[in-house]
Ligand binder design. Sequence first.
Ligand SMILES: [Zn+2]
Length: 346
Amino acid sequence: MTISNRLKQSSEWGAVCRPDSAQPLQLETVKCCICGTEEVEPLAVGEDFEYRTSPDFFLAVQCRRCRLVYLSPRPALTEFDRIYPPDYHAFDFSADQFGLAYRVRRWLEARRLLACCQSLGPRARILDVGCGDGFHLSLLKQFGKPSWQLEGVDASERAVEAGRKAGLTIHLGTVQAADLPAASYDLAFLIATIEHVDNPTEVLAAVRRLLRPGGRVVIVTDNTDAWDFHLFKRRYWGGYHFPRHWTLFNSANMRTLAQAVEMEVVQLTTVVSPVNWVYSIRNALVDWRAPGWLVRQFSLKSTLSLGVFTLFDMVLQKLGRGALMRATLQRPQGSLPEESTQRLRG
Ligand SMILES: [Zn+2]
């Protein structure tokens, strides 16, 4: 299919035609971030099925040693603004845009977040890393203890601006570069974040540095142990989110990552989510050039498909195979708060 045909079709499927989407992205080859090797097997070839930000085909590979799944080659960091277009859903997940799906997700997410906060005292300091426009922070503000100190950090100016407008405290930049106090936070969240970053080990090491000894981080990410991955992994799996998800973990990879940054695994479990099911089917329909009305039944706005696959994934979650993975890691209690002593000396 020619590029112009593909663009025309993608606009019929509901994606937006972008002025620069005919230009290929600048791509770079990377190694496995867990074991540092380049011994991989090709796993999937896909496209930006959802946003059509470029005409490129992308390759997901699997490390032969540790089974980590990752995108290589992947977009250069300079392509950030292109692969996250202004209508990217993390920047505008609002009631106006998403209706009932938004209200149900808010309710579910609030329950999940508060369950992670049960052991926190009234003066707890909480950091949401990769907070986007502050969806989770606003839930904590609304339903959590009013005395909690809530902060977010995100590298997208657009997202940070939106969050600040909503009255939230959000630092602009990456968690590695932002000027945040070491050994100060009781709890950090990395929700749908670690799969997007260029160096997960560096990000997690930076989060560890910011946590008090005994402080915890809750990581929620796509799960390559899940059934939806095994069914759709050759091309359509929603968790690839081509070309924005760069690293995709199974539970063993997550344990290795925790070990690499000297954090203890407190809990490793799976969480129900219909999103990868819905998007895997959507991607297949888009690729098979199914009619627009059918494709639209599988999106973040389609209450019916989200509902059906939530119920389905609830069954899988009972079997330990929910679509998302949730890891709770702890900075060891006995670990020296070396950074804070340095700060006092300085
Ligand atoms: Zn590896």
